[in-house]
Design a protein around this ligand. Structure first.
Ligand SMILES: Nc1ncnc2c1ncn2[C@@H]1O[C@H](COP(=O)(O)OP(=O)(O)OP(=O)(O)O)[C@@H](O)[C@H]1O
Length: 226
């Protein structure tokens, strides 16, 4: 999708979380890095319309996140930092079915869609389990299955490897790399975005760098050292 920020700003009362930003993004993988409180989550929430710009506008393929809110929700998916907050039904398969079910899919069509999503992330044998019976990495993949089953064009990840060990980090990294969908990945785990062609560095609510992963990480290290 073509993501366009046109002087978009986000304030919470007197706090300017993101200063007016103009930006055009279309790459399949976009990384977002920066210090705590630098505006990364605010940026992501503006992209998927969870937050409305207090000034300016944000569009996805021409869809305005305010005027076309429902259409924007339909084409975007969000993976939270803690997948435990995302999976709400007691059984994994039922949770993955929830989105398509609420969009009117039924019977064999629903079953096939859910099984395909489970298979895509190697979760078929775990589908009858409860969330607490999965490892952190498996839970993150289940959250991803519950998002892709709705066929979004763009998926936003907010620190998807935050609580994971090295093996599960690698699994989630591989799953993100293999996605057909466009992805925006916010991360303090720099390995995750190192190979991305486009990585944004935020600092104090403004874009401090916009470029290839390796260069963005170098800039972020300079900022962090100050
Ligand atoms: N709901 C809110 N109300 C008031 N201020 C907020 C709110 N959400 C975020 N902020 C403030 O906006 C600024 C940017 O926050 P944001 O969550 O976008 O940063 P971040 O880069 O995602 O941080 P982190 O890495 O810690 O998740 C911070 O100063 C934060 O305190």
């Amino acid at each position: 999708m073509h993501i366009l920020f046109d002087q978009a700003e986000l304030s919470y009362g007197p706090v300017v979380a993101l200063k007016p930003l103009s930006l055009s993004l279309h790459e399949p993988r976009i990384g977002v890095i920066g210090l705590n409180g630098s505006g990364k989550t605010s940026f992501a929430r503006l992209v998927n319309g969870l937050a409305k710009p207090t000034r300016g506008r944000v569009t996805l393929d021409g869809l305005d996140t305010v005027a076309d809110e429902k259409a924007v929700i339909a084409v975007t998916g969000f993976i939270f930092q803690n997948p435990g907050h995302q999976i709400i039904l007691p059984i994994i398969r039922d949770d993955i079915a929830l989105g398509p079910l609420s969009r009117g899919l039924k019977g064999r069509d629903l079953e096939e869609r859910v099984e395909a999503a489970l298979a895509r992330f190697g979760l078929t044998d775990l589908a009858s389990r409860r969330p607490h019976e999965l490892s952190g990495g498996q839970l993150q993949l289940a959250a991803l299955a519950a998002v892709v089953v709705n066929r979004p064009k763009l998926i936003l990840f907010d620190e998807p490897t935050n609580q994971l060990d090295l093996r599960n980090r690698a699994r989630v990294k591989a799953a993100i790399e293999a996605l057909e969908e466009q992805a925006i990945v916010i991360s303090h785990d720099l390995d995750l975005v190192r190979d991305f062609s486009r990585v944004l560095v935020f600092h104090e609510g403004a874009l401090a760098f916009d470029g290839a992963g390796v260069d963005a990480i170098a800039r972020y290290r300079e900022i962090a050292a100050c």
